[in-house]
Design a protein around this ligand. Structure first.
Ligand code: NAD
Length: 479
C-alpha cells in the first residue's frame, strides 16, 4: 500500500497533522493508499512557497515556461499505461476511459504550452496627444486549484497548465477520494527541473485545507471544480479577501429529442453519455425530453440499449461499458434518489437497484425511468449516477422551457434534423454548452462554463487560459 506526503516547495514533506485518510479501490473496497489529512499550516506553507517562486517564474519568457508543460506532457505519455491503471484503480473508471483521460491530459499540457506566443494585450487610442494606452495581461499571482474525484487527473491539468503558462504559480488540492494519480504524477515530474515552489500539492479535507487555501491573503484566484455546495462555501471564504473565484460546478443536462431526429443517433449518444463513468460526469445527460409522437418508439429503443449496458470490474477484459460507482456515499445517494422518484410516481422500466451479483463494490444498475413530471426531485437535482428519467413534450418551445426550468446551466443537447429548430433551441437554451446531434462532451479548445448555479467563469481554450490573467492598463505619456 502506498503512503503519500504533501508536496511543498519541490519536496515531499510530512504534514503537520499525523492523521491520514484511506483511499479505497471502489470495485473491491480495499484500502489502496493513505494520504495526509492535512492541516491549515500545510496550506499556508504551500502558499508561501508558491508566492516566493512566482517572482522568478513570472519573469521567465512564456516560451521557457512552455518547455516545462511540454516536458509534463512527455512524462505523462511515457507513463500512460501506469497512470491509466492507477486512475482506474482509485475510482473504478473502466480502463479504456482512464486511458483516454491520461492521453487527453498530456494533450492539454501541450495545448496550453502552445499559448506561449499568443498571450496578447492591446494598445488603445488615447484622447491625448502623445500618449499610448497599453492594456497588459499580467499573471494574477498564486492560483489555488481545488479538484473533484470524477476526472481528477484531467481537472488537475485544467488548472495547472493555463496557470503556469500565464506566469502564475499553483497550489493544488486533490480530492481525498481520488488523489493517487495526481500524487504519482508529481513523483514522475520531480526530475524535469521545475523550479521549487512553482507547483505544490496539498492533500486534505475541503473544510480545513480547502478553506485555508481559499481564505489566505496570498491566494490570487481559487479555481474549484466540484459541487454547488462547495462552490457556495468557497465564495463565502473568498469574500474574506475579495479573492477571485472560477467555479465549475454541478449540472443537470437536458437532452431534447424531436420527432424529426435521427433516433438511433439520439439513443446511442444519450446512453453513451449516461453510462460513461457510470453517469458520474458533470456534463452528461441527466434528463431526457422526447416529443410525444415518437415517445413509444424511443422508449422501446432506449430500453433495449440500457438493458444491454455491460457492468463489471474496471479492469475486466470483457470490455464493460461502466463499473462501480466511486464510493458508498455515492451509491447511497443514487439509491435514495431512485427510491424517492418511485415514491413520487416514477415507473422503473430498466434497473432501479444495486447490482447484487457483486459481493464488493458500489455497483448500481443502469436505470431508465418513465412517468416523470417536471417538479420531481429526479428532474431538478443532480443524480451523478447511471439514471435516466424521460419525459414527453408537445412543442419545441415547451421542451426548451422545461429544459431551462432548472437551477443548473452547464450543458444541454438537442437532436433534430431541422436546421431552424436546432438554431432556435441553441439560442434559447440557458446552458454554457449545447450539443447538436452528438453526445455531451467538450473539447479542450472550447470553453467549458456554467450558467446559473453551474458556476462562474470557465475552462479550456483561449478564454479558459485568460481566466488566470489580470488585466492591467498603463497610460504612457511622452514628449
Ligand atoms: P465536492 O464539491 O464534494 O468536492 C470538490 C472539491 O472541493 C474537493 O477537493 C473537496 O475537498 C473540496 N471542498 C469541499 N468543500 C470545500 C470547502 N468548504 N472549501 C474548499 N474546498 C472544498 O465535489 P466532488 O464530489 O468531488 O465532485 C462531484 C461534483 O463536481 C459534482 O457536482 C459534479 O457535477 C462537479 N463537477 C463539475 C465539473 C464541471 O466542469 N462543471 C466537472 C467535474 C465535476
Amino acid at each position: 500500500m502506498k503512503e503519500y506526503q504533501q508536496y511543498i516547495n519541490g519536496k515531499f514533506v510530512k504534514s503537520i497533522s499525523s492523521e491520514v485518510t484511506k483511499v479505497l479501490n471502489p470495485c473491491t473496497e480495499e484500502v489502496i493508499s493513505l494520504i495526509p489529512k492535512g492541516a491549515i499550516e500545510d496550506a499556508n506553507r504551500a502558499l508561501e512557497a508558491a508566492q516566493e517562486a512566482q517572482l522568478e517564474w513570472k519573469s521567465l519568457a512564456a516560451i521557457e515556461r512552455a518547455k516545462y508543460l511540454n516536458k509534463m506532457a512527455f512524462v505523462i505519455r511515457e507513463n500512460r499505461v501506469f497512470l491509466a491503471k492507477t486512475l482506474a484503480k482509485e475510482q473504478a473508471k473502466i480502463i479504456s476511459l482512464a486511458q483516454v483521460e491520461i492521453d487527453v491530459t498530456a494533450d492539454y499540457f501541450d495545448y496550453n504550452a502552445g499559448w506561449a506566443r499568443r498571450i496578447e494585450g492591446e494598445i488603445i487610442q488615447s484622447d491625448r496627444r502623445k500618449e499610448h494606452i497599453f492594456l497588459h495581461k499580467a499573471p494574477i499571482g498564486v492560483v489555488v486549484g481545488i479538484c473533484p474525484w470524477n476526472f481528477p487527473f484531467f481537472v488537475m491539468a485544467r488548472k495547472v497548465a493555463p496557470s503556469l503558462i500565464t506566469g502564475n504559480t499553483c497550489v493544488i488540492k486533490p480530492s481525498c477520494t481520488a488523489p493517487n494519480t495526481i500524487m504519482e504524477f508529481i513523483k514522475l515530474i520531480e526530475n524535469i527541473g521545475l523550479p521549487n515552489g512553482v507547483l505544490n500539492f496539498v492533500c486534505g479535507s475541503g473544510t480545513i485545507v480547502g478553506n485555508a487555501l481559499t481564505k489566505s491573503p496570498i491566494t490570487g484566484i481559487v479555481s474549484l471544480t466540484g459541487s454547488v455546495f462547495a462552490g457556495q462555501k468557497i465564495m463565502e471564504a473568498a469574500a474574506t479577501n475579495i479573492t477571485r473565484v472560477s467555479l465549475e460546478l454541478g449540472g443537470k443536462a437536458p437532452a431534447i429529442v424531436c420527432a424529426d431526429a435521427d433516433m438511433d443517433l439520439a439513443v446511442n449518444a444519450i446512453v453513451s453519455s449516461k453510462v460513461i463513468f457510470s453517469g458520474q460526469v458533470c456534463n452528461c445527460a441527466e434528463r431526457v425530453y422526447v416529443e410525444e409522437t415518437i415517445y413509444d418508439e424511443f422508449m422501446d429503443k432506449i430500453s433495449k440499449k440500457m438493458a444491454a449496458v455491460k457492468v463489471d470490474d474496471a479492469f475486466a477484459d470483457n470490455n464493460p461499458d461502466m463499473s462501480s460507482l466511486v464510493s458508498k456515499d455515492q451509491i447511497d445517494k443514487v439509491e435514495e434518489m431512485v427510491n424517492y422518484a418511485k415514491k413520487e410516481g416514477a415507473e422503473v422500466l430498466i434497473g432501479g437497484s444495486r447490482l447484487s451479483k457483486f459481493d464488493k463494490g458500489y455497483y448500481f444498475e443502469p436505470t431508465l425511468l418513465a412517468n416523470i413530471s417536471q417538479n420531481m426531485q429526479i428532474i431538478q437535482e443532480e443524480v451523478f449516477g447511471p439514471i435516466l428519467p424521460v419525459m414527453k413534450f408537445n412543442t419545441l418551445d415547451e421542451a426548451i422551457s422545461l429544459a431551462n426550468d432548472c437551477e443548473y446551466g452547464l450543458t444541454s443537447s438537442i437532436f433534430s434534423e431541422n436546421f431552424n429548430k436546432v438554431m432556435h433551441a441553441s439560442n434559447e437554451l440557458q446552458f454554457g454548452e449545447t450539443y447538436i446531434n452528438r453526445e455531451h462532451f467538450e473539447a479542450i479548445q472550447g470553453f467549458h462554463a456554467g450558467w446559473k448555479k453551474s458556476g462562474i467563469g470557465g475552462a479550456d481554450g483561449k478564454h479558459g487560459m485568460e481566466e488566470y490573467l489580470q488585466t492591467k492598463v498603463v497610460y504612457a505619456q511622452y514628449k
